[in-house]
Design a protein around this ligand. Structure first.
Ligand code: NAD
Ligand code: DAU
Length: 355
Protein backbone atom coordinates (compact mmCIF):
# COMPACT_ATOMS: atom_id res chain seq x y z
CA UNK A 1 0.00 0.00 0.00
CA UNK A 2 1.42 3.40 -0.87
CA UNK A 3 0.74 6.41 1.28
CA UNK A 4 0.42 10.09 0.45
CA UNK A 5 2.88 10.99 3.20
CA UNK A 6 5.22 9.11 5.56
CA UNK A 7 5.33 10.94 8.86
CA UNK A 8 7.79 10.08 11.61
CA UNK A 9 6.42 10.96 15.05
CA UNK A 10 9.04 10.57 17.79
CA UNK A 11 8.03 10.01 21.41
CA UNK A 12 4.61 8.77 20.33
CA UNK A 13 4.28 6.37 23.26
CA UNK A 14 4.50 9.25 25.74
CA UNK A 15 1.79 11.54 27.01
CA UNK A 16 1.45 14.21 24.31
CA UNK A 17 2.92 12.03 21.55
CA UNK A 18 0.22 9.41 22.00
CA UNK A 19 -2.49 12.02 21.48
CA UNK A 20 -0.72 13.31 18.36
CA UNK A 21 -0.31 9.79 16.96
CA UNK A 22 -3.98 8.99 17.64
CA UNK A 23 -5.15 12.19 15.96
CA UNK A 24 -3.00 11.69 12.85
CA UNK A 25 -3.72 7.96 12.47
CA UNK A 26 -7.48 8.51 12.69
CA UNK A 27 -7.69 11.76 10.74
CA UNK A 28 -5.29 10.90 7.89
CA UNK A 29 -5.79 7.29 6.75
CA UNK A 30 -3.75 8.15 3.64
CA UNK A 31 -0.67 9.02 5.75
CA UNK A 32 1.60 6.37 7.12
CA UNK A 33 2.38 7.24 10.74
CA UNK A 34 5.61 5.80 12.06
CA UNK A 35 5.77 6.11 15.83
CA UNK A 36 9.40 5.92 16.94
CA UNK A 37 9.94 5.57 20.66
CA UNK A 38 12.66 4.17 22.88
CA UNK A 39 10.06 3.19 25.50
CA UNK A 40 11.84 4.75 28.43
CA UNK A 41 10.04 4.65 31.79
CA UNK A 42 7.73 7.34 30.31
CA UNK A 43 6.83 5.47 27.13
CA UNK A 44 3.81 3.20 27.38
CA UNK A 45 2.25 1.42 24.41
CA UNK A 46 -0.96 0.97 26.39
CA UNK A 47 -1.55 4.65 25.56
CA UNK A 48 -2.18 3.58 21.95
CA UNK A 49 -4.11 0.35 22.34
CA UNK A 50 -7.11 1.71 20.41
CA UNK A 51 -5.13 2.41 17.23
CA UNK A 52 -2.30 -0.13 17.29
CA UNK A 53 -3.93 -2.36 14.65
CA UNK A 54 -4.73 0.40 12.14
CA UNK A 55 -3.18 -0.24 8.69
CA UNK A 56 -1.54 3.21 8.54
CA UNK A 57 0.23 2.82 11.91
CA UNK A 58 3.69 1.41 12.50
CA UNK A 59 5.60 1.27 15.76
CA UNK A 60 9.41 1.24 15.83
CA UNK A 61 11.32 0.84 19.07
CA UNK A 62 14.49 2.92 18.72
CA UNK A 63 16.61 5.56 20.40
CA UNK A 64 16.81 8.93 18.63
CA UNK A 65 20.46 9.14 19.76
CA UNK A 66 21.25 6.12 17.56
CA UNK A 67 22.20 8.02 14.40
CA UNK A 68 22.74 4.94 12.18
CA UNK A 69 19.30 3.66 13.13
CA UNK A 70 17.76 7.06 12.33
CA UNK A 71 19.38 6.95 8.88
CA UNK A 72 18.00 3.46 8.36
CA UNK A 73 14.49 4.51 9.35
CA UNK A 74 14.45 7.56 7.08
CA UNK A 75 15.46 5.34 4.19
CA UNK A 76 13.24 2.37 5.00
CA UNK A 77 10.09 4.46 5.37
CA UNK A 78 10.92 7.27 2.96
CA UNK A 79 10.14 9.83 5.66
CA UNK A 80 8.98 13.23 4.40
CA UNK A 81 7.76 14.79 7.63
CA UNK A 82 8.97 14.69 11.21
CA UNK A 83 7.04 15.67 14.33
CA UNK A 84 9.62 15.45 17.07
CA UNK A 85 8.34 14.98 20.62
CA UNK A 86 10.76 12.41 22.05
CA UNK A 87 12.49 13.89 25.07
CA UNK A 88 13.20 13.55 28.72
CA UNK A 89 10.43 15.78 30.03
CA UNK A 90 10.38 15.92 33.83
CA UNK A 91 12.06 18.88 35.55
CA UNK A 92 12.62 17.07 38.87
CA UNK A 93 14.45 14.22 37.12
CA UNK A 94 16.62 16.74 35.25
CA UNK A 95 17.74 18.21 38.56
CA UNK A 96 18.92 14.75 39.68
CA UNK A 97 20.32 13.54 36.36
CA UNK A 98 21.17 16.36 33.92
CA UNK A 99 23.37 14.18 31.67
CA UNK A 100 20.48 12.11 30.39
CA UNK A 101 18.63 15.30 29.50
CA UNK A 102 21.54 16.74 27.50
CA UNK A 103 22.03 13.39 25.79
CA UNK A 104 18.43 12.78 24.74
CA UNK A 105 17.18 16.29 24.23
CA UNK A 106 20.24 17.87 22.62
CA UNK A 107 22.21 15.01 21.07
CA UNK A 108 19.08 13.03 20.18
CA UNK A 109 17.56 16.02 18.38
CA UNK A 110 20.85 16.63 16.58
CA UNK A 111 21.00 13.00 15.49
CA UNK A 112 17.50 13.24 14.05
CA UNK A 113 18.24 16.55 12.31
CA UNK A 114 21.41 15.18 10.75
CA UNK A 115 19.61 12.03 9.58
CA UNK A 116 16.91 14.21 7.99
CA UNK A 117 19.51 16.43 6.33
CA UNK A 118 21.51 13.55 4.87
CA UNK A 119 18.42 11.60 3.82
CA UNK A 120 16.69 14.56 2.16
CA UNK A 121 20.01 15.62 0.62
CA UNK A 122 18.94 19.17 -0.19
CA UNK A 123 15.59 18.15 -1.71
CA UNK A 124 13.27 19.91 0.69
CA UNK A 125 10.13 19.87 -1.48
CA UNK A 126 7.16 18.85 0.68
CA UNK A 127 9.46 18.14 3.59
CA UNK A 128 9.02 19.41 7.13
CA UNK A 129 10.89 19.01 10.41
CA UNK A 130 8.61 20.10 13.25
CA UNK A 131 10.15 20.31 16.71
CA UNK A 132 7.94 20.39 19.80
CA UNK A 133 9.32 22.56 22.58
CA UNK A 134 8.22 24.16 25.79
CA UNK A 135 7.47 27.57 27.30
CA UNK A 136 10.09 26.79 29.97
CA UNK A 137 12.90 27.90 27.61
CA UNK A 138 11.75 31.50 28.14
CA UNK A 139 12.55 31.37 31.86
CA UNK A 140 10.23 32.77 34.52
CA UNK A 141 7.80 35.69 34.68
CA UNK A 142 6.94 37.84 37.70
CA UNK A 143 3.35 38.57 38.81
CA UNK A 144 3.19 41.53 36.48
CA UNK A 145 0.67 40.53 33.81
CA UNK A 146 3.33 40.00 31.12
CA UNK A 147 3.41 36.96 28.79
CA UNK A 148 5.95 34.91 26.92
CA UNK A 149 5.85 35.94 23.27
CA UNK A 150 7.59 34.31 20.32
CA UNK A 151 10.23 37.05 20.53
CA UNK A 152 10.93 36.64 24.26
CA UNK A 153 14.62 36.02 24.89
CA UNK A 154 15.56 32.49 25.94
CA UNK A 155 16.48 32.28 29.63
CA UNK A 156 16.22 28.64 30.78
CA UNK A 157 16.85 27.82 34.43
CA UNK A 158 16.55 24.04 34.90
CA UNK A 159 18.68 21.38 33.21
CA UNK A 160 15.46 20.30 31.47
CA UNK A 161 14.70 23.73 30.02
CA UNK A 162 18.37 24.30 29.19
CA UNK A 163 18.42 21.05 27.21
CA UNK A 164 15.19 21.97 25.39
CA UNK A 165 16.62 25.41 24.61
CA UNK A 166 19.74 23.73 23.20
CA UNK A 167 17.63 21.50 20.97
CA UNK A 168 15.57 24.49 19.75
CA UNK A 169 18.76 26.31 18.78
CA UNK A 170 20.00 23.30 16.80
CA UNK A 171 16.70 23.08 14.92
CA UNK A 172 16.85 26.75 13.96
CA UNK A 173 20.53 26.40 13.03
CA UNK A 174 19.62 23.62 10.58
CA UNK A 175 17.22 25.99 8.88
CA UNK A 176 19.62 28.92 8.81
CA UNK A 177 22.67 26.87 7.76
CA UNK A 178 21.27 24.15 5.52
CA UNK A 179 17.88 25.55 4.51
CA UNK A 180 15.98 22.73 6.21
CA UNK A 181 12.23 23.52 6.44
CA UNK A 182 11.85 23.58 10.21
CA UNK A 183 9.20 24.82 12.62
CA UNK A 184 9.40 25.15 16.41
CA UNK A 185 6.50 25.49 18.81
CA UNK A 186 6.65 26.33 22.50
CA UNK A 187 3.70 25.12 24.52
CA UNK A 188 2.54 25.63 28.09
CA UNK A 189 1.74 22.88 30.65
CA UNK A 190 -0.45 20.11 29.26
CA UNK A 191 -2.97 18.07 31.24
CA UNK A 192 -5.29 15.22 30.30
CA UNK A 193 -5.41 11.42 29.94
CA UNK A 194 -2.26 9.24 29.70
CA UNK A 195 0.11 11.61 31.54
CA UNK A 196 2.80 9.82 33.51
CA UNK A 197 1.97 10.05 37.23
CA UNK A 198 5.12 11.88 38.25
CA UNK A 199 3.58 15.12 36.96
CA UNK A 200 1.41 17.25 39.23
CA UNK A 201 -2.15 16.46 38.13
CA UNK A 202 -2.09 12.65 37.64
CA UNK A 203 0.17 12.23 40.69
CA UNK A 204 -2.24 14.14 42.89
CA UNK A 205 -5.35 12.39 41.54
CA UNK A 206 -3.75 9.03 42.28
CA UNK A 207 -2.54 10.08 45.72
CA UNK A 208 -6.00 11.35 46.67
CA UNK A 209 -7.48 8.02 45.61
CA UNK A 210 -4.95 6.23 47.85
CA UNK A 211 -5.28 8.80 50.68
CA UNK A 212 -1.57 9.64 50.36
CA UNK A 213 0.02 13.05 51.06
CA UNK A 214 -0.01 15.66 48.29
CA UNK A 215 3.49 17.22 48.22
CA UNK A 216 3.08 20.92 47.40
CA UNK A 217 6.44 22.51 46.58
CA UNK A 218 7.20 25.71 48.52
CA UNK A 219 4.08 27.73 49.25
CA UNK A 220 2.17 26.49 46.22
CA UNK A 221 2.22 29.99 44.77
CA UNK A 222 3.98 29.24 41.50
CA UNK A 223 1.80 29.78 38.46
CA UNK A 224 1.45 27.49 35.45
CA UNK A 225 -0.64 27.97 32.30
CA UNK A 226 -2.65 24.80 31.59
CA UNK A 227 -3.81 23.44 28.22
CA UNK A 228 -5.85 20.30 27.56
CA UNK A 229 -3.57 17.87 25.72
CA UNK A 230 -6.00 17.20 22.86
CA UNK A 231 -5.99 20.92 22.10
CA UNK A 232 -2.19 20.79 21.90
CA UNK A 233 -2.46 17.87 19.45
CA UNK A 234 -4.98 19.89 17.38
CA UNK A 235 -2.55 22.81 17.31
CA UNK A 236 0.26 20.50 16.17
CA UNK A 237 -1.93 19.26 13.32
CA UNK A 238 -2.74 22.81 12.15
CA UNK A 239 0.88 23.98 12.45
CA UNK A 240 2.34 20.90 10.75
CA UNK A 241 0.07 21.49 7.75
CA UNK A 242 -0.28 25.27 7.62
CA UNK A 243 2.54 26.77 9.67
CA UNK A 244 5.16 28.86 7.91
CA UNK A 245 8.65 27.42 7.55
CA UNK A 246 11.23 28.77 10.01
CA UNK A 247 8.53 30.28 12.20
CA UNK A 248 7.99 29.85 15.92
CA UNK A 249 4.48 29.59 17.36
CA UNK A 250 3.57 29.75 21.03
CA UNK A 251 0.74 27.42 22.09
CA UNK A 252 -1.34 28.08 25.19
CA UNK A 253 -4.85 28.69 26.38
CA UNK A 254 -4.55 31.86 28.50
CA UNK A 255 -5.32 29.70 31.52
CA UNK A 256 -3.07 30.59 34.44
CA UNK A 257 -3.45 28.91 37.81
CA UNK A 258 -1.55 29.10 41.07
CA UNK A 259 -0.50 25.55 41.98
CA UNK A 260 -2.40 25.59 45.26
CA UNK A 261 -5.59 26.73 43.52
CA UNK A 262 -5.43 24.04 40.85
CA UNK A 263 -4.69 21.47 43.57
CA UNK A 264 -7.84 22.54 45.40
CA UNK A 265 -9.88 22.13 42.21
CA UNK A 266 -8.41 18.64 41.70
CA UNK A 267 -9.15 17.62 45.31
CA UNK A 268 -12.72 18.91 45.09
CA UNK A 269 -13.35 17.15 41.78
CA UNK A 270 -11.87 13.81 42.91
CA UNK A 271 -13.82 13.90 46.18
CA UNK A 272 -17.06 14.66 44.36
CA UNK A 273 -16.56 11.92 41.77
CA UNK A 274 -15.62 9.40 44.46
CA UNK A 275 -18.77 10.30 46.40
CA UNK A 276 -16.82 11.81 49.33
CA UNK A 277 -18.19 14.86 51.08
CA UNK A 278 -16.50 18.17 50.22
CA UNK A 279 -13.29 18.71 52.18
CA UNK A 280 -12.63 15.00 52.83
CA UNK A 281 -9.14 15.05 51.25
CA UNK A 282 -8.07 18.63 52.08
CA UNK A 283 -5.91 17.37 54.95
CA UNK A 284 -3.66 15.51 52.46
CA UNK A 285 -2.09 18.81 51.34
CA UNK A 286 1.50 18.75 52.61
CA UNK A 287 3.87 21.66 52.04
CA UNK A 288 7.37 20.36 51.24
CA UNK A 289 10.76 21.86 50.37
CA UNK A 290 10.60 23.86 47.18
CA UNK A 291 11.96 22.58 43.85
CA UNK A 292 15.47 23.96 43.25
CA UNK A 293 15.37 26.88 40.81
CA UNK A 294 11.56 26.70 40.74
CA UNK A 295 10.30 29.11 38.04
CA UNK A 296 7.73 31.46 39.55
CA UNK A 297 5.27 31.95 36.71
CA UNK A 298 4.70 30.82 33.12
CA UNK A 299 2.13 32.46 30.85
CA UNK A 300 1.93 32.02 27.10
CA UNK A 301 0.67 34.55 24.61
CA UNK A 302 -0.68 32.45 21.72
CA UNK A 303 -2.23 35.36 19.80
CA UNK A 304 -0.03 34.71 16.75
CA UNK A 305 -1.34 31.17 16.39
CA UNK A 306 -4.92 32.36 16.66
CA UNK A 307 -4.51 35.29 14.29
CA UNK A 308 -2.41 33.57 11.63
CA UNK A 309 -3.69 29.99 11.71
CA UNK A 310 -7.07 30.29 13.43
CA UNK A 311 -6.33 27.83 16.25
CA UNK A 312 -7.82 28.24 19.69
CA UNK A 313 -8.51 25.80 22.52
CA UNK A 314 -11.76 23.89 22.16
CA UNK A 315 -12.23 23.14 25.83
CA UNK A 316 -12.80 25.37 28.83
CA UNK A 317 -10.66 24.43 31.82
CA UNK A 318 -13.62 23.37 34.02
CA UNK A 319 -14.69 20.86 31.38
CA UNK A 320 -11.12 19.69 30.76
CA UNK A 321 -10.29 19.02 34.40
CA UNK A 322 -13.59 17.20 34.94
CA UNK A 323 -12.87 14.95 31.92
CA UNK A 324 -9.31 14.39 33.13
CA UNK A 325 -10.16 13.41 36.69
CA UNK A 326 -12.95 11.15 35.43
CA UNK A 327 -10.54 9.48 32.98
CA UNK A 328 -7.97 8.65 35.68
CA UNK A 329 -10.64 7.33 38.04
CA UNK A 330 -12.19 5.24 35.27
CA UNK A 331 -8.81 3.90 34.12
CA UNK A 332 -7.34 2.73 37.37
CA UNK A 333 -5.86 -0.32 35.72
CA UNK A 334 -3.76 1.92 33.45
CA UNK A 335 -2.52 3.80 36.51
CA UNK A 336 -1.97 0.67 38.63
CA UNK A 337 0.03 -0.95 35.82
CA UNK A 338 2.35 2.04 35.81
CA UNK A 339 2.76 2.38 39.54
CA UNK A 340 3.45 -1.35 39.82
CA UNK A 341 5.87 -1.29 36.86
CA UNK A 342 3.79 -4.00 35.13
CA UNK A 343 3.28 -2.01 31.92
CA UNK A 344 6.92 -2.27 30.87
CA UNK A 345 6.96 -6.04 31.20
CA UNK A 346 3.56 -6.62 29.62
CA UNK A 347 4.24 -4.59 26.52
CA UNK A 348 7.77 -5.74 26.00
CA UNK A 349 6.44 -9.33 26.08
CA UNK A 350 3.58 -8.49 23.77
CA UNK A 351 5.80 -6.73 21.24
CA UNK A 352 8.71 -9.15 21.47
CA UNK A 353 8.05 -10.48 17.98
CA UNK A 354 7.14 -7.16 16.41
CA UNK A 355 10.12 -5.03 17.41
P1 NAD B 1 6.70 12.13 28.07
O1 NAD B 1 7.85 12.05 29.01
O2 NAD B 1 5.36 11.71 28.51
O3 NAD B 1 7.05 11.30 26.75
C1 NAD B 1 8.30 11.31 26.15
C2 NAD B 1 8.40 10.12 25.21
O4 NAD B 1 9.68 10.17 24.57
C3 NAD B 1 8.31 8.76 25.92
O5 NAD B 1 7.43 7.92 25.21
C4 NAD B 1 9.73 8.23 25.86
O6 NAD B 1 9.81 6.81 25.81
C5 NAD B 1 10.24 8.87 24.58
N1 NAD B 1 11.71 9.00 24.57
C6 NAD B 1 12.49 9.49 25.56
N2 NAD B 1 13.78 9.40 25.20
C7 NAD B 1 13.81 8.86 23.95
C8 NAD B 1 14.86 8.53 23.04
N3 NAD B 1 16.13 8.73 23.36
N4 NAD B 1 14.53 8.00 21.85
C9 NAD B 1 13.23 7.78 21.52
N5 NAD B 1 12.21 8.05 22.34
C10 NAD B 1 12.49 8.58 23.55
O7 NAD B 1 6.69 13.65 27.56
P2 NAD B 1 5.48 14.58 27.14
O8 NAD B 1 4.98 15.28 28.33
O9 NAD B 1 4.54 13.83 26.28
O10 NAD B 1 6.27 15.65 26.25
C11 NAD B 1 6.48 15.42 24.87
C12 NAD B 1 7.24 16.60 24.29
O11 NAD B 1 6.52 17.80 24.48
C13 NAD B 1 8.61 16.81 24.94
O12 NAD B 1 9.51 17.20 23.93
C14 NAD B 1 8.37 17.95 25.91
O13 NAD B 1 9.54 18.71 26.11
C15 NAD B 1 7.30 18.76 25.17
N6 NAD B 1 6.37 19.54 26.01
C16 NAD B 1 5.71 18.93 27.05
C17 NAD B 1 4.77 19.69 27.79
C18 NAD B 1 3.99 19.05 28.92
O14 NAD B 1 3.28 19.76 29.63
N7 NAD B 1 4.04 17.75 29.13
C19 NAD B 1 4.54 21.01 27.46
C20 NAD B 1 5.26 21.58 26.41
C21 NAD B 1 6.15 20.84 25.68
O1 DAU C 1 5.52 24.35 30.96
C1 DAU C 1 5.65 23.20 30.18
C2 DAU C 1 6.30 22.09 30.98
O2 DAU C 1 5.32 21.62 31.90
C3 DAU C 1 6.81 20.96 30.12
O3 DAU C 1 7.82 21.43 29.27
C4 DAU C 1 7.35 19.83 30.99
O4 DAU C 1 7.73 18.73 30.19
C5 DAU C 1 6.25 19.38 31.94
O5 DAU C 1 6.74 18.40 32.81
C6 DAU C 1 5.73 20.58 32.74
O6 DAU C 1 6.73 21.04 33.67
P1 DAU C 1 6.37 21.49 35.16
O7 DAU C 1 7.58 21.40 35.98
O8 DAU C 1 5.61 22.78 35.15
O9 DAU C 1 5.30 20.30 35.52
P2 DAU C 1 5.08 19.47 36.86
O10 DAU C 1 3.80 18.71 36.68
O11 DAU C 1 6.29 18.72 37.27
O12 DAU C 1 4.84 20.59 37.95
C7 DAU C 1 3.78 21.56 37.82
C8 DAU C 1 3.91 22.53 38.99
O13 DAU C 1 3.56 21.83 40.20
C9 DAU C 1 5.31 23.05 39.21
O14 DAU C 1 5.23 24.41 39.64
C10 DAU C 1 5.87 22.18 40.33
C11 DAU C 1 4.64 21.82 41.14
N1 DAU C 1 4.66 20.50 41.78
C12 DAU C 1 4.93 19.42 40.99
C13 DAU C 1 4.95 18.15 41.51
C14 DAU C 1 5.26 16.94 40.65
C15 DAU C 1 4.38 20.34 43.12
O15 DAU C 1 4.11 21.34 43.84
N2 DAU C 1 4.41 19.10 43.66
C16 DAU C 1 4.69 17.97 42.91
O16 DAU C 1 4.73 16.86 43.46
Amino acid sequence: MSFKRNILITGGAGFIGSHVVRLFVNKYPDYRIINLDKLTYAGNLANLKDIEDKPNYTFVKADICDFDKMMEIFKQYNIDGVIHLAAESHVDRSIKDPFTFAQTNVMGTLSLLQAAKLSWDGDYDNKRFYHISTDEVYGALQFDGTFFEETTKYDPHSPYSASKAGSDHFVRAFHDTYGMPTIVTNCSNNYGPYQFPEKLIPLFINNIRHKKPLPVYGKGENVRDWLYVVDHARAIDVIFHEGKTAETYNIGGFNEWKNIDIIKVVIKTVDRLLGNSEGTSDHLITYVTDRAGHDLRYAIDSTKLKTELGWEPSLQFEEGIEKTVRWYLDNQEWMDNITSGEYEKYYSDMYKNKL
